[in-house]
Design a protein around this ligand. Structure first.
Ligand code: PEP
Length: 246
């Protein structure tokens, strides 16, 4: 619907194995030539970044990680820095996925810090925001999104212009419940408004939450939905490609 190029990104979460990934990546590569008008990317578990790089280099499919440390280096056992992601030629990194926010207590400020760490390393952060079912049902969706966005927008227009946002209502992630295109568009329009106020109106805003081939087309038809962040359906090459082509 716009001049912003569509981006369809798979989030593998903690799924995969060397053998299963090889098949999945082969399947994606085999079909990617038939997908026009869409950037395609996969965010894989850290141990598989080398495999993603080796299998995807030169194919037109890009790759990234699912988290990054806010710190540059040091005594942070278990953490992975943006520079380390650079060593594996990551183009993308998810930050603030709802599972990181809820299971690992990541705060809005930490998420913004992670986005900044990625930007400084020339990796595009895909900053995830979204309200819970309870927040939605009590009419607090835009209030929650505004709160989550605040420290990210405080990075300033130049920084924000270099990132991607993903609106993922928590109640729609992995539940089979998708926001209707109109529900999603309303939140995307709100986010677009904040981006425009800041002076970064061209930032891509992806939708995520039980996206599949059967509902992707109607979501992508919305003015402010610039693509999708796809969990479960990104683990099946044909389905993932059908979403990208929708
Ligand atoms: C996600 O984890 O980002 C996601 C949207 O998952 P699913 O597509 O499985 O709902």
């Amino acid at each position: 619907a716009t001049t912003r190029k569509r981006l369809v990104m798979g989030n593998w979460k903690m799924h995969g194995s060397l053998a299963a990934n090889a098949k999945l990546l082969d399947g994606i590569c085999a079909g990617v030539a038939a997908v026009h008008n869409s950037d395609i990317a996969v965010c894989v578990p850290f141990p598989y970044l080398a495999q993603a790089r080796d299998n995807l280099r030169g194919t037109g499919v890009s790759w990234g990680a699912q988290d990054v440390s806010v710190h540059e280096q040091g005594a942070y056992t278990g953490e992975v820095s943006a520079a380390m992601l650079n060593d594996f030629a990551c183009q993308w990194v998810l930050v603030g996925h709802s599972e990181r926010r809820s299971l690992h207590a990541e705060t809005d400020e930490q998420v913004a810090g992670k986005a900044l760490a990625a930007l400084k390393a020339d990796i595009t952060p895909v900053v995830c925001v979204g309200e819970t079912l309870e927040e939605q049902q009590s009419g607090r969706t835009t209030e929650v999104i505004a709160r989550q966005l605040a420290p990210v927008l405080a990075l300033g227009a130049d920084r924000v212009a270099g990132l991607v946002l993903a609106y993922e209502p928590v109640w729609a992630i992995g539940t089979g419940l998708t926001a209707t295109p109109e529900q999603a568009q309303a939140v995307h329009a709100f986010i677009r408004g904040r981006l425009a106020e800041l002076g970064a109106p061209q930032v891509r805003v992806l939708y995520g939450g039980s996206v599949k081939a059967s509902n992707a087309g109607s979501l992508f038809a919305m003015e402010d939905i610039d693509g999708a962040l796809v969990g479960g359906a990104s683990l099946v090459a044909e389905e993932f490609l059908r979403i990208a082509a929708a």
